[in-house]
Design a protein around this ligand. Structure first.
Ligand SMILES: [Zn+2]
Length: 268
């Protein structure tokens, strides 16, 4: 599942390509034909992201809501677009550009009240300027469940996925199984600030890098990480390998059906 930085990058791309232009929308697959017909001719006011949810605001109280889920993806390019294939749920075109959406978990039109209801179900997003971290803290400070579980709960913090979760807990030396109510405000604030830093860097770079300069491949004389998720990380998918800071083998475990990674020495 893409993490929040990916969706914020998509929103930026869609603003760059389409904002201020009247769109043509099609559904080569047919499953979004009615929605595409309603979008066609409307001007995109803006695209934005809240956590892993992409929203397009069109005139006339029409919002497009996309959640990519596990298999969804957007591609875009300059006109002319490629021949549409039947797996394309939604094709947008305007301004000499096109964007194709395939395989989303959700692709639907919402009204403004429905968008407000969606936002109300989501926790603050570290990448949004209007995020209020105290809303996340109020949930975490009362919770008996592990901090690692809370960070993946989109109603607590929106946009954090498995990589950012593992990495921010490592960087802030928080043991992942610590109950939320034992975290403490200072550590929560440090985790939040670090998420803002890491996720902004992810938006800028288009990949997740979390390793400080002194632990980089160059500084440590080691080969760069080879992983389809890219980026230099401390613990994510490194179970059994030596911690980059202390050399202890990184631990891996399953928590709530998701893999969790941490260093038992550095995080205590
Ligand atoms: Zn360590």
């Amino acid at each position: 599942v893409p993490e929040g930085h990916t969706i914020h990058r998509l929103a930026s791309a869609h603003n760059r390509l389409f904002a201020g232009h009247a769109l043509r929308a099609d559904s080569p697959q047919g499953r979004f034909a009615d929605g595409a017909a309603r979008i066609t001719g409307l001007v995109l006011d803006r695209a934005e992201a809240h956590g892993k949810h992409l929203l397009h605001a069109y005139g006339g109280d029409v919002w497009l809501h996309v959640h990519l889920g596990l298999y969804g993806r957007f591609d875009d390019g300059t006109a002319p677009p490629p021949e549409p294939v039947p797996t394309v749920r939604l094709r947008l075109s305007a301004n000499g550009h096109w964007a194709d959406l395939r395989g989303p978990n959700r692709c639907e039109l919402l009204t403004a009240p429905q968008v407000a209801a969606l936002r109300a179900r989501l926790g603050p997003d570290p990448l949004r300027a209007d995020a209020d971290p105290s809303l996340a803290w109020e949930r975490i400070r009362r919770a008996r469940v592990p901090v690692a579980t809370l960070l993946l709960d989109q109603s607590v913090v929106a946009g954090v996925g498995n990589v950012y979760r593992a990495e921010v807990l490592f960087r802030q030396a928080v043991p992942p199984h610590l109950p939320g109510r034992e975290l403490g405000r200072e550590r929560f604030d440090a985790v939040w600030r670090d998420l803002v830093t890491l996720m902004r860097e992810g938006v800028r770079a288009g990949r997740i890098d979390t390793v400080a300069d002194e632990h980089s491949p160059q500084a440590q004389g080691r080969a760069p990480r080879q992983d389809r998720h890219g980026g230099e990380v401390y613990v994510y998918r490194r179970a059994g390998m030596p911690c980059l800071v202390c050399g202890t083998p990184v631990r891996g475990a399953t928590l709530g059906a998701r893999r969790l990674y941490w260093c038992p020495t550095c995080q205590r």
